[in-house]
Design a binder for this molecule. Structure first.
Ligand code: PLP
Length: 301
């Protein structure tokens, strides 16, 4: 079933299948915007792509790991816009490229491999500045689009959704760039629940200040223990949940972001965290290509 959307489809789940709690739960399917390129990434990139398109060199450089949704989305978006893309990859080149990096190459991205320590150094603000000076008019996109431009682009997700004025908007958090965009565009009656997928991501207020500029905005509720041990860590319970979710509701999720988000929110529903009548909307931010790194047969979709 689809409801209250402009053009991102929203699936309403039958909450009776989850529990006897009287809440409304739906999933905004940004993953349906493209089969490989996850929904939130294209939004985060939009302002960088526009910036690169307006320069003479029309070249964009970004950073990511061998399974990065951000890298592959950047490669795709640049190809669509006729912009040259360069990906700086964390870790030495492997004998066989990951499926993600092969997709990047297929979309025309030029890849450079950096040792983990060199990669870490390139993420320092001073290093980005040096790189920017050396590369002149190339457009540099920090890892994950973590920059005010990225947050600005992510704010447009809400233009494509018509959510209830009292919606409780739930989303997975990596760099918090998408979160900042949602915070920026949410209405005063809406509430935001952020589920970090990294252990120890305790600086969300600081990140929001960097991404949005200091000011007043709706502070999200942060769930600190929804990460399953850390970034890209998984348990049998998580995989079992993802398979059950697909069997019952036909929603595919990934084990790094949206599987953890939905697991955490379902658990909160069962624990009675939400008042009766709550309008819970989970953002499915895409990222399904990452599941290709799991052994065949792990998932039922
Ligand atoms: C990258 C990603 C996120 C995290 O987005 P941030 O803006 O870095 O917080 C969430 N979900 C999926 C599927 C992603 O690929």
């Amino acid at each position: 079933m689809t409801a209250f959307t402009k053009n991102i489809p929203v699936d309403i789940l039958d909450a009776n299948l989850i529990s006897q709690h009287d809440v409304h739960i739906s999933v905004a399917r940004l993953d349906k915007l493209h089969p490989i390129v996850s929904g939130n990434k294209l939004f985060k990139l939009s302002h960088f792509i526009a910036a690169a398109a307006s320069t003479q060199h029309r070249t964009l450089i970004t950073f990511g790991g061998a399974y990065s949704n951000h890298l592959v989305a950047t490669a795709f978006a640049c190809r669509e816009a006729g912009i040259k893309s360069i990906g700086m990859v964390r870790g030495e080149i492997a004998e066989e490229l990951s499926h993600t990096l092969r997709a990047c190459t297929a979309y025309g991205m030029e890849l450079h491999f950096l040792s983990r320590s060199d990669y870490k150094n390139t993420q320092l603000p001073a290093a980005v500045e040096v790189l920017q000076q050396r590369l002149g008019s190339c457009t540099i996109v920090p890892e994950g689009g973590y920059h005010p431009h990225g947050a600005h682009g992510a704010a447009h997700i809400m233009d494509h959704l018509a959510l209830p004025p009292d919606a409780i908007i739930c989303l997975a958090v990596g760099t918090a760039t998408t979160l900042a965009g949602i915070v920026r565009s949410a209405q005063p009656g809406q509430h935001i629940i952020a589920v970090p997928v990294l252990k120890g991501l305790t600086d969300i207020p600081h990140r929001l200040d960097h991404l949005l500029g200091e000011g007043t905005y709706i502070m999200p509720e942060v769930v600190p223990d929804g990460h399953f041990g850390g970034y890209a860590k998984k348990t049998n319970a998580l995989i079992g949940f993802m398979n059950a979710l697909y069997a019952q509701h036909h929603i595919p999720t990934d084990f790094v972001y949206t599987g953890k988000l939905l697991f955490t929110i379902f658990e909160k529903i069962r624990n009675g965290h939400f008042a009766p009548g709550s309008n819970i909307v989970c953002l499915h931010t895409g990222g399904l290509q990452g599941n290709a790194s799991l052994p065949a047969g792990t998932l039922n979709f």
